[in-house]
Design a protein around this ligand. Structure first.
Ligand code: NAD
Length: 499
């Protein structure tokens, strides 16, 4: 799908005709909650109610886990020939592409992402994710170890069983894909619990998995609130692993749930406060400024690795800021997320907008200089204008806490050592970037930065082969890569006596 195709479409008309499911998807069928409970989803672009979705709790999680357990025990997926399992996932990827318009509308209507981003970023990346893991399935092997001549020892890799995926709302389809893809590829049966703000695209995913040839019960979706459906899943005694993406606070809760239940494995992809270091020899200031703008204002700043802290060497700080202000003030303009020209949608909810505005207030009251933004555009929906603070120091709240909105903080530093110490002075460690012409400095900085993903002279570049995950309180899992697939397997050691 090209942008030219997009601009010819009337997305409001398409939204009006869109039909979608709002019930859970359990054992290959749609089903309401036992007590008929529902929760409301509001379209953040208009502030108006969008739909009512089945609200799951313990009974629905029990049903979904039982279906997943039954499908796993039947071996219909877990022992399917690797190439046949890969073929289903390849077909699943094609169906995601074929249903791009539906996915684009579902996520845009729920969480306000510009529809062009859905079509050009989220959906191609989600399809690629399933292709990548499909291609890996028959490349996983075990090992034969060295033994004395009276023994033969080999190590098998097997799926874990029933896996729970708990995901956030900022890239609903894509974050679900990063969890569900490797879990399914490894042969597990899955229960996805989408975020309550964006519950619809997960349902379509599960339906398309069955259409692609996936057996019923292997991919289930239960919607509901975190503290009910999410907690019931994470506490379930028959769930072998929780793959979680979300806030650091709830990530820690996942570890508690594991300890309170069955010591299930937990992989965590959590928050961030990404530093981008721009050294005196930043190669091309215009290019760097462009990346800095996109790195914090793209997806409304609702990105775990958003480049929210700009660490500017004092020798280039003024020029950098002048260019950032000149370009950044107008690069992202709030608009109707269903308009393909829009590049800045609303924040996910009105309450999240209040949270972000509260941070902007703190920035001002703690003495940072508001260079632009800090306001809400006069339109319906939960919009916040792109915002830049200069004169920030790393003790200020806006430099320490994850804002998850379009708010950049510029901090002036005196050379690499100070930049490194400020960059690492955070509880987070998801990603970081450094801009320099000096190869030795780049390599040294890569080693010294405490983050799981480092970019040099670029930002947010990557591929499916790139492990994506954090150091420190940004988590302890890795998405996207071979390591992610292996984390949904366990090893079995077989010792055979030959005597
Ligand atoms: P969140 O932690 O509030 O919710 C994430 C998921 O957990 C949702 O499905 C929610 O329903 C569920 N949940 C909430 N409370 C729960 C509980 N008590 N028990 C069980 N489940 C519960 O996060 P969010 O607001 O949806 O997403 C934003 C956060 O996600 C940000 O911190 C962001 O940095 C992070 N994130 C991280 C990555 C990454 O790869 N590191 C990617 C995207 C988002």
């Amino acid at each position: 799908m090209t942008l030219t195709d997009l601009t010819t479409k009337d997305w409001h008309a398409r939204a009006g005709k869109l039909r979608y499911e709002t019930r859970h998807f359990i054992d290959g069928r749609y089903a309401d909650s036992a007590d008929g409970a529902r929760f409301s989803v509001v379209n953040p672009g208009t502030g108006k109610p969008l739909c009512e979705v089945s609200a799951g709790g313990q009974p629905e999680i029990n049903l979904a886990v039982a279906a997943a357990k039954k499908s796993f025990a039947s071996r219909v997926w877990s022992r399917k020939a690797p190439r046949d399992r890969a073929a289903v996932l390849q077909q699943f990827a094609r169906l995601i592409e074929a249903n791009a318009e539906r996915f684009a509308l579902l996520d845009t209507l729920c969480m306000g992402k510009p529809i062009r981003d859905m079509l050009t970023i989220d959906i191609p990346a989600a399809a690629l994710n399933f292709t990548f893991f499909a291609e890996l399935i028959d490349k996983i092997d075990g090992a034969v170890t060295a033994t004395a001549s009276d023994a033969f020892h080999y190590i098998l890799r097997e799926p874990l069983g029933v896996v729970g995926s708990i995901v956030p709302w900022n890239y609903p389809l894509l974050m679900a894909s990063w969890k569900v893809g490797p879990a399914l590829a490894a042969g597990n049966s899955v229960i996805l619990k989408p975020a309550e703000q964006s519950p619809l695209s997960g349902l379509l995913m599960a339906e398309l998995f069955v259409e692609a040839g996936g057996p019923a019960g292997v991919f289930n979706v239960v919607n509901g609130l975190g503290e009910s459906a999410g907690a019931a899943l994470a506490l379930h005694m028959d769930v072998a692993k929780i793959g979680f993406t979300g806030s650091t606070e709830i990530g820690k809760q996942m570890l508690i749930y594991a300890g309170q239940s069955n010591m299930k494995r937990v992989s965590l992809e959590c928050g961030g406060k990404t530093p981008q270091i721009f050294l005196a020899d930043t190669p091309d200031l215009d290019v760097a400024v462009g990346y800095a703008i996109n790195g914090i204002f793209g997806n409304m700043g609702e990105v775990c690795n958003a480049g929210s802290r700009l660490l500017l060497d004092k020798s280039i700080a003024n020029e950098f800021l002048e260019r950032f202000i000149a370009k950044g003030k107008t690069a992202y303009t709030a608009g109707d997320p269903l308009d393909p020209a829009t590049n800045l949608g609303p924040l996910v909810t009105a309450s999240h907008r209040s949270r972000v505005m509260n941070y902007i207030g703190k920035g001002k009251s703690e003495g940072a200089k508001l260079e632009f933004g800090g306001t809400q555009p006069e339109m319906a929906g939960s919009f916040v204008n792109p915002t830049l603070f200069s004169g920030v120091n790393n003790r200020m709240t806006i430099a320490r806490e994850e804002i998850f909105g379009p708010v950049a903080s510029a901090i002036v530093v005196d050379g690499l050592e100070e930049a490194l110490s400020i960059a690492n002075d955070t509880i987070y460690g998801l990603a970081a970037a450094v801009w320099t012409r000096d190869l030795s400095v780049a390599h040294k900085t890569i080693r010294d930065l405490e983050a799981g993903v480092i970019w040099v002279n670029c930002f947010d570049h990557g591929d499916m082969t790139q492990p994506f995950g954090g150091y420190k309180q940004s988590g302890q899992g890795r998405d996207k890569c071979l390591e992610s697939l292996l984390s949904y397997t366990q090893t079995k050691s077989a010792w055979i006596h030959l005597g």
